[in-house]
Write a protein that binds this ligand. Structure first.
Ligand code: RIB
Length: 300
């Protein structure tokens, strides 16, 4: 089983001609509300990929529909608590090129206490995976607690913050980073090449497996001296929101199925390529049949 300690957000998505500039008032030409949150997106992607995932999260009582959506997709949700607090939400602008800018209100995602973390970890088996991102509180406590309990930790430090630099990251088994997160972790400039980022990550966290996702430039896997590159599929993006989460969910499901890392990268890349062609976060995550069909078409 994989346990995902992760955010659940309501995403308010505004389509705009360009991302709003300081001081500007801009009219949006489309508005939708959907399920999002890096945690929820990753759980949903893992379930759609056929993985076994139990989500740990908090949601305002009035938004139980979001928990039902996860449940219908096959996510175990008995650890998603409905609480008397506003749910986390995100204000997302998506421009005509498919790029986005996200403003987050953490809400219920920031209500976890030490006792909650103890209870959650106590209910797991050593050897299980714990996946987490950086949209819930308590990671400084959760990571050592989970490590001591024998859980294998996969961490996606998104969104990247100063606090991430103080986390005991060497206790993670697997790290998913994009260019911004890799640069933040290593202190390198954003525009250095992928190899430089990977070299620096190998120095900082020599025992940790790293997956570096680079959008159109594909994805890398690194463990010690072993490096693999997976090219991206050439597609036209309409909305990149949640594509990284889709990648992670599909990668973890393939890993859980004990596929070789090369296949995990390939499946995750195909899933992300499908996700960027649809609007929304959770709504854009493809089914396993869609991913299989794309991979079969690519193999021809
Ligand atoms: O990664 C995309 C997600 O980031 C969105 O769904 C939004 O809720 C923010 O958490």
């Amino acid at each position: 089983m994989l346990h995902n300690f992760g955010s659940i957000n309501l995403d308010h998505v505004y389509r705009v001609p360009h991302l709003v500039r300081p001081g500007e008032t801009l009219a949006s030409h489309d508005y939708r509300v959907g399920l999002g949150g890096k945690g929820a997106n990753q759980s949903l992607a893992m379930a759609r990929a056929g993985g076994r995932v139990c989500h740990w999260g908090r949601l305002g009582r009035q938004d139980a529909w979001a928990r039902d959506t996860l449940s219908r997709a096959g996510v175990e949700v008995f650890r998603v608590k409905l609480v008397d607090a506003p749910s986390g939400h995100a204000i997302i602008q998506v421009d005509d090129a498919g790029e986005n800018a996200i403003l987050l209100f953490p809400g219920a995602n920031h209500g976890f206490r030490r006792a909650d973390l103890n209870e959650l970890v106590a209910d797991t088996q050593p050897g299980d995976w714990l996946l987490t991102q950086n949209e819930c509180v308590g990671l400084d406590k959760l990571i050592p607690l989970a490590g001591d309990h024998g859980l294998k930790i996969a961490f996606n430090p998104a969104p990247m913050t100063e606090e991430v630099l103080r986390l005991p990251l060497s206790r993670c088994r697997l790290l998913f980073v994009n260019r911004t997160e890799a640069a933040g972790l290593t202190g390198l400039a954003l525009d250095v090449d992928a190899e430089a980022l990977l070299d620096a990550l190998a120095v900082r966290l020599p025992a940790v497996e790293v997956v570096l996702t680079l959008g159109n430039d594909g994805a890398w896997y690194q463990h010690g001296d072993h490096r693999l590159h997976q090219p991206a599929l050439p597609v036209k993006a309409v909305d990149t929101t949640g594509a990284g989460d889709t990648f992670i969910g599909y990668f973890m499901a393939a890993l859980q199925a004990e596929l070789p890392v090369r296949d995990c990268l390939e499946r995750a890349t195909a899933a992300a390529a499908l996700a960027v062609q649809h609007p929304g976060a959770a709504d854009s995550i493809p089914t396993v049949n869609e991913v299989d069909a794309l991979l079969a078409a690519e193999a021809r």
